[in-house]
Design a protein. Structure first.
Length: 278
């Protein structure tokens, strides 16, 4: 497989890279970003996955969050995939909350989406093998985090891959997508009208069914304009019961990257602490 490096920027003595490759799973060309901390050629590195939200690409997190300082300080690599398949031949929708930039990180079963929108398989099978090969001394240890739709993706993937990820975290995640407008629209399009097929992609259903889960940290701003309609936590926390979930409401913070930048150091430290236990 040909993986082309498009960019490299020094950041806190580490390297922020951008790559392009053809995905056989998604049937299109894809890009992703990877941060390698200082001395990555010498040190063993664990890996944190970041999944972005609706309308984003891999550039939003790499350019707006300022995560590189914390990743450099903690000597951890960070991988940032794109949020959906891309290209002129990939199906799309006029709305910003469906189609390109809005995959919901699942495997679509319905036409016209199914040919390309197999993001779960891409993120759990194809892309990891590429990323592992780009880290000179990969420890084999991974955690996952994300924002909004990507928060949904991170928690959903983390709960479906409990043996793979040491920890899970999210900013303003869609915790119960089968019950909110964003999720209902996307799941109907990608999965069809049979709501029983939606449950395997819903974090609330997954955590209720899970016996043992990685520790989860969630940060939600109280001034998030999407909170009331899209991001309610009650059902998820009820389903979680006494499982290791920490949910933090941060007064006055909103849905933006200003919030992510404020608390990203805490999230990366959380993951590093859990990765060190393995």
């Amino acid at each position: 497989m040909v993986v082309e490096q498009l960019e490299m920027h020094l950041s806190f003595q580490g390297e922020q890279r951008k790559y392009r490759h053809f995905s056989k799973v998604l049937n299109c060309e894809m890009m992703f970003s990877l941060y390698l901390p200082p001395l990555f050629e010498e040190k063993e590195l664990s890996l944190i996955w970041w999944l972005s939200g609706l309308t984003c690409t891999d550039d939003n997190f790499s350019q707006k969050s300022g995560f590189q300082k914390a990743a450099a300080d903690q000597t951890v690599a960070v991988i940032i995939p794109d949020t959906s398949p891309r290209g002129d031949k990939v199906p799309d929708d006029e709305g910003w909350d469906l189609g390109k930039g809005a995959s919901f990180y699942l495997n679509a079963t319905q036409d016209p989406w199914a040919k390309n929108y197999q993001m779960y398989t891409y993120l759990t099978e194809e892309l990891p093998q590429i990323v592992y090969s780009l880290i000179p001394h990969f420890s084999g240890k991974e955690s996952i985090m994300g924002h909004s739709m990507g928060g949904h993706g991170a928690i959903m993937m983390g709960l479906k891959e409990t043996d793979r990820f040491a920890s899970i975290s999210a900013f303003a995640p869609i915790l119960n997508p089968t019950q909110v407008p964003w999720g209902k629209k996307a799941f109907t399009a990608y999965l069809g009208s049979d709501e029983s097929s939606w449950q395997e992609w819903d974090s609330t259903s997954l955590i209720e069914q899970s016996e043992k889960i990685p520790p989860i940290l969630i940060t939600q701003g109280t001034s998030d304009n999407f909170y009331d309609v899209q991001l309610q936590e009650k059902e998820f926390l009820n389903a979680a019961g006494d499982k290791p979930v920490v949910y933090k409401s941060e007064k006055g913070y909103d849905h933006s990257y200003f919030t992510i930048a404020t608390f990203i150091e805490e999230h990366i430290q959380f993951h590093v602490n859990e990765l060190k236990k393995l």
